[in-house]
Design a protein around this ligand. Structure first.
Ligand SMILES: Cc1ncc(COP(=O)(O)O)c(C=O)c1O
Length: 353
């Protein structure tokens, strides 16, 4: 077994965040007090399936297709735990959220990559997936929205990828944690076909990361096997997180509109910043919590050190997504910090030129 963990998570957790933290990609914490709940509504003995049913109702799927998990992280671990055998060939997008690769590696998969090219707007090209897939491929792994670029994959492309998977008898694991940033317009690919297994959570789009409310959506037989795996790791719901998650699921429209308005404000500021910086090349998605610009002129490693040490500003170096020269820039900070961080980023770019 490959015991390595995730290089990215190790980096993320071990660093002291700078004053201008533009590395995070999760909406800032929603005040739990605003859920309007008093503790007497929180019971320790909440029935095990209440949260499963609440997630099922929201995702418009049968409860038997839902596996409750602690965040998308555990959801991905459970999904791959059932879908991947040691030695299986699996195909993962590139650039990618590195912990997905780390989980596949840990399960002993033979990992292949397919490219989402920067000069093609980081889109998923079904032709590219088809070229990379083989009869041995057991799983295709994508994120939608794409982490790190926030690019949305449309339904026609997802259907095409689903057909390619079906032809070779593979599943598609779609990590949709950032699709939640479409709020009321998010529509899971789970409904497109049984070859899709979806993972997601409330951790990124709503500022509810502390509740660790995540899930897998999978066809009922697969979901049952994932629940068996979950029971070995984490057999009971956490109180108060589970009952609070049920309550939050009932208020997502309100919680989401606050988050959306913050993201829209910062996105407009980001776009005028990018307009002023010919030295940054960036795809500019309409949704999501991050962008993934490329430094045109600066040496990336030296630049990130300069940005942090001299300008007190953090971004995520692209090397963690397999794309050195790029960096992930989060737009989730409060507007003042965000604008201050962009000013410093601009100053660092000027200095590095
Ligand atoms: C694509 C992707 N999946 C999963 C996760 C982990 O999410 P969670 O906090 O819900 O475990 C992240 C976190 O950044 C992510 O970017």
């Amino acid at each position: 077994m490959d015991n390595r963990g995730s290089e990215y998570l190790e980096w993320f957790k071990s660093r002291e965040p700078s004053r201008f933290n533009l590395a995070s990609s999760g909406v800032q914490p929603y005040p739990l007090a605003d859920l309007g709940v008093s503790l007497d509504r929180i019971e320790q003995n909440m029935p095990e399936d209440s949260l499963q049913e609440a997630i099922a109702a929201r995702s418009k799927v049968p409860p038997a297709c839902v596996v409750v998990a602690s965040g998308t992280s555990m959801a991905n671990y459970l999904a791959m735990g059932v879908l991947v055998e040691p030695g299986d060939e699996i195909l993962i997008e590139h650039p990618a959220y590195e912990p997905l690769v780390a989980v596949a590696r840990r399960y002993g998969a033979r990992i292949k990559r397919f490219q989402r090219r920067s000069d093609d707007g980081f889109r998923i090209r079904p032709e590219e997936v088809e070229r990379s897939v083989t009869k041995q491929t057991k799983l295709i792994v994508i994120t939608n929205l794409h982490n790190p670029t926030s690019v949305l994959t449309d339904e026609a492309t997802l259907r095409a990828v689903g057909e390619i998977a079906k032809d070779v008898g593979a599943y598609v694991l779609a990590d949709e944690v950032y699709l939640e940033c479409l709020y009321e317009n998010a529509c899971t690919v789970f409904h497109v076909g049984e070859q899709f297994v979806v993972t997601s959570s409330l951790t990124k789009a709503y500022g509810l990361s502390g509740l660790r409310c995540g899930w897998v959506l999978a066809e009922a037989e697969l979901a049952k096997r994932m629940r068996w795996l979950k029971d070995l790791l984490d057999p009971a719901l956490a109180t108060p997180a589970a009952p609070l998650s049920v309550i939050a699921l009932g208020q997502l429209d309100r919680i989401g509109s606050r988050a959306k308005s913050r993201l829209d404000t910062n996105r407009a500021v980001l776009h005028s910043f990018l307009d002023s910086r010919p030295d940054l090349e960036a795809v500019r998605p309409q949704f999501g919590t991050s962008v993934f610009p490329r430094l045109q002129h600066a040496d990336s490693e030296r630049f990130f050190t300069l940005l942090r040490d001299r300008y007190e500003t953090d971004v995520v170096p692209g090397q963690f997504f397999g794309a050195p020269g790029h960096f992930r820039l989060g737009i989730v900070a409060d507007p003042e910090t965000f604008a201050g961080g962009l000013d410093r980023l601009g100053a660092a770019l000027d200095r590095a030129r």
